[in-house]
Ligand binder design. Sequence first.
Ligand SMILES: Cc1cc2nc3c(=O)[nH]c(=O)nc-3n(C[C@H](O)[C@H](O)[C@H](O)COP(=O)(O)O)c2cc1C
Ligand code: SF4
Length: 425
Amino acid sequence: MGEEKPTRIVLQNSHQIDPYSLDEAIGVGAYAAIAKIVEEKISPADVIETVKASGLRGRGGAGFPTGLKWSFTATDDQVYVICNADEGEPGTFKDRLILEVDPHRLIEGMMIAGYAVGATVGFVYVRGEYALSIERMSTAVQAARKAGLLGKSILGSGFSFDIEIKKGAGAYVCGEETSLIESIEGKRGYPRLKPPYPGAVGLWDKPTVVNNVETLANVPPILLHGAEWFRSVGTEKCPGTKVYTLLGHVERPGLTEAPMGTKLQDLIETCGGGVKDGKAFKAALIGGAAGAFVCADCLDKPMDFDSLQELSAVLGSGAILVLNEDASIVDLLDGILSFFKHESCGQCVPCRGGTVALKTLSERVRNGTGTLADLDKMIEIAETMQAMSLCPLGQSPILPIQTALRHFRAEFEARLNAAGSAPVA
Ligand SMILES: Cc1cc2nc3c(=O)[nH]c(=O)nc-3n(C[C@H](O)[C@H](O)[C@H](O)COP(=O)(O)O)c2cc1C
Ligand code: SF4
């Protein structure tokens, strides 16, 4: 091994190179991993083994092992790779930055994924509002094509791969992999029932690998430096780094890349400059709207997929909204439930009706006209949605509701009491 332990992997080239320049990207190592693979004739199976050995887990939210996903992908005359750059989770904009600062890294990650699973075509499904990302990515694809790094028989290897960019139209549910596939096919973005998973039946019914931008951006350095190098940072079960979006009541909001397992307190203090205006920390919402509220007890807990699961929370896309002592959890939860009501695609009844009912109850609590029983009703409805909804969007509201009420029930009760007597039912 003998290589230095990395501190930054994904954002290593951020602001170090001109994102419009292929030469500058090559100067810092772009396309060296794919060149190594084809020149040394490393087999697709060995590429998958290296990614498996690295322990890389998907950064799109669920943390599914990437190498395992690739190994599950069926073989066929046509296989596709999709890079999920929809990024609709509120408070998340990490993928946008990766696309903007290092588009060639992503192209190479997709190429390696394509080589591993036998795909010749890749799609980048990117949030339509990300105009600069789209422009830089398109420029990079054209430059790579012109240089023979995309297209037929790349570097004379016989391996062919090309990339097309598709713009999303702003629906949160289209970040879900099967609705994203429907959307690329030109249909309404309704999620499909799973199984079958995209690895078996995906785009135009062909095997399809869907990976997040950050996941794919980790792949070239893993192939170049090896699995052990990647494992030298992060935790045993969650190796590597995570790109976090740190927002809310911190002195320096923004993006930061830190090793998996970094404590919440360290992220807030070191990366965020501490809680804004010297106020006390009250809570953090981790993982966006579909995430969990955690309180001060969690400040010294490591941030990674498994550690957060032990706390009944989720890492999700890595969005961290820090809330100070003045923040209202009642108002914030109401905003989250407005979001779910707005974004439910309406395909299945539990979510279509449930998101409306949750918003109605939450609004009553928020303006003080509800009852204490409304709080239990919210849990009951969200639990039913969790059990009965067709896709994870409808299964999501339970987590913010449950964690808000677990840690801050007194605040909800106080809101009801402040408006007069809070009847039990
Ligand atoms: C409602 C919803 C929205 C999602 N939005 C995104 C997204 O914007 N980006 C993303 O990578 N994954 C998103 N996902 C997860 C994807 O379905 C999929 O699991 C992910 O792209 C797989 O990539 P990974 O294995 O690299 O994490 C979303 C899931 C749901 C249920
Ligand atoms: S759970 Fe919600 S978003 Fe998912 S399919 Fe049903 S209605 Fe659509």
